[in-house]
Ligand binder design. Sequence first.
Ligand code: GLN
Length: 505
Amino acid sequence: MTTDLTRATAAELADLLNAGSVSSREVTRALLDRTAAVDGAVRSYLHVDEDGALAAADDVDRRRAAGEELHALAGVPIAVKDVMATRGLPTTCGSRILEGWVPPYDATVVRRLREAGMPILGKTNMDEFAMGSSTEHSAFGPSHNPWDLDRIPGGSGGGSSSVVASFQAPLAIGTDTGGSIRQPAAVTGTVGTKPTYGGVSRYGLVALASSLDQAGPCSRTVLDSALLHEVIAGHDPMDSTSVDAPVPAVVEAARRADVSGMRIGIVRELTGEGFQPGVQARFDEAVQHLVDAGAEVVEVSCPSFTYALAAYYLILPSEASSNLAKFDAMRYGLRVTPDGIDAPSAEQVMAATRDAGFGDEVKRRIILGTYALSSGYYDAYYGSAQKVRRLIADDFAAAFETADVLVTPTAPTTAFRLGDKLDDPMAMYLNDIATIPANLAGIPGLSLPSGLADEDGLPAGFQVLAPAMADERLYSVGAALEARLAAAWGGPLLDCAPDLTEVSR
Ligand code: GLN
C-alpha cells in the first residue's frame, strides 16, 4: 500500500482510517496541499472549501475517537461537480447566470455524502449547465487533462475527472446526461459510472434534461466507484423518478470480479469505423482479457443507434429550454439592468440578464429546443425523437436477450487538444456517439481505462452497459478487466501519468 495519502484509493483510505493509522484531517490536509500545488495548472476546481472540509474531517475524527459506529467511507474526502446544490457553498453550474448564488439546501446526493461523514473538498468545473464534452464551455475557463495539459479532460464533468486523475481527490461526483461521467473518465484514464436512471436521486441536481440526467461516481478504481455508488444510491421521495427498489449489490460484485460464464455482447454499430485505431486496438485486447477470464463473446446489432445522436439533440435541447427558463433574473444569481433604459420592465431585465449570463452553447440549445417544441413542429421533431428513443430501448432489450452486458469503446478518440473542436459543434457532439444510447434508454454504464493508444500515448476508455437495475454487472466486468489489465501493466495506468508538481503555476 502506498504511503502517499493522495495516491491511496478510497478503499485503502477507508482501511487506514478504520484502523486508526491516519486521521481524516491528515488525509484532507494532504489532498488540499496537493490542490495548492497542482490546481493552478489543472484547474479542476471552481471553488475549494478548505475550512468546511477540515471541519468535517475533525468532526468525523472526533466521532471515531468517541467509539461511534461510522459509515465505511467516513473520513474519505470527495469533490462534487458544481451542478449539485450545496448548502452554504457557491453552485454555479459553470455559468455566469448563477454567479453569487449560494443554495439554501443540499442535493440529496450531497446530504448522503455529509451523512456518511465524507468531507467535501470543493466544487468541480464543468461545461456550462453540463452542455459539452471538454469543459471549454465553462464560463470560468477550461480544466486541463493531467496527461497533457494542452488537452481536454472530457466534459461536461472534466473537473471531476481531472480532480481524480491528478490525485487531488480519491473520489468525485459527476452527472451524466449523454456521457458526462463516462467520456471524461475515458480520456483521463479514470473510472466513471452512470447508474440506472432513477437509481440515484436528482433532487438538488440543477436539471439539464430531466429524463436523461443521472448522477454517479468518478474514481480511480472500479471498487471505489462501487463504494461511492452505495453511498449515493437508493430511493428518495424528493425525486418523483427515483426507483423504489433495493440498491444493486455493486460492492459485492466489484469485490468478486467474476465474469465466468457471462455473455459479453459487442455492439456491431459501435466498433471499427469512426474509432481511433489505438482506441479500437485497446478495446479488442480488453475483450480478449475478458474471454481469458471465462466470459463468452457474442455479437449483437442495434440498428437504431444510428439515429441516437439526432434524437438526443432534439430531446435534450427541448427539455433544457424548458428547465433553463427559470433563470429569469428574479430568482437566482445574476441580474443585469439594460443600458439606456430609464425604468426597464421585467422582460427587459430578463432579456439583458439571459443575454449576458448564458454562453453561446447554452443559447444555441435553448433556441434549438424552443424551435423543436413550437406548435406545428412538435410532432415532426420532438415527437419523432421520442419514437426513436423507443426503438433504441427496443434494440437494447433485444441485445440483452443474447448478452448479459454490452461493451464498446467509451469515446471514439483519446483526448483532443483544447480549441480543436470549439468552433465545430457537430464534431463536439460526436464524442458521445457511444455513450448517448444508454441515457436515452435509462440503462447503466461504466467506463474504465483500457490502456494507452499507440498513436499518442493517451488513455482510451472501455464501456460496459447493463440492463436497468442490473448495475452490479458493470462492476463484475469492470473489476475483472481492471485486475487483468493491472497485472499486464504491472500497476495502475495512472502511475504512467505526469506528476505535475513541476509544471504548476
Ligand atoms: N456532451 C454531451 C452534451 O453536450 C453530454 C453532456 C452531459 O452528459 N451532461 O450534451
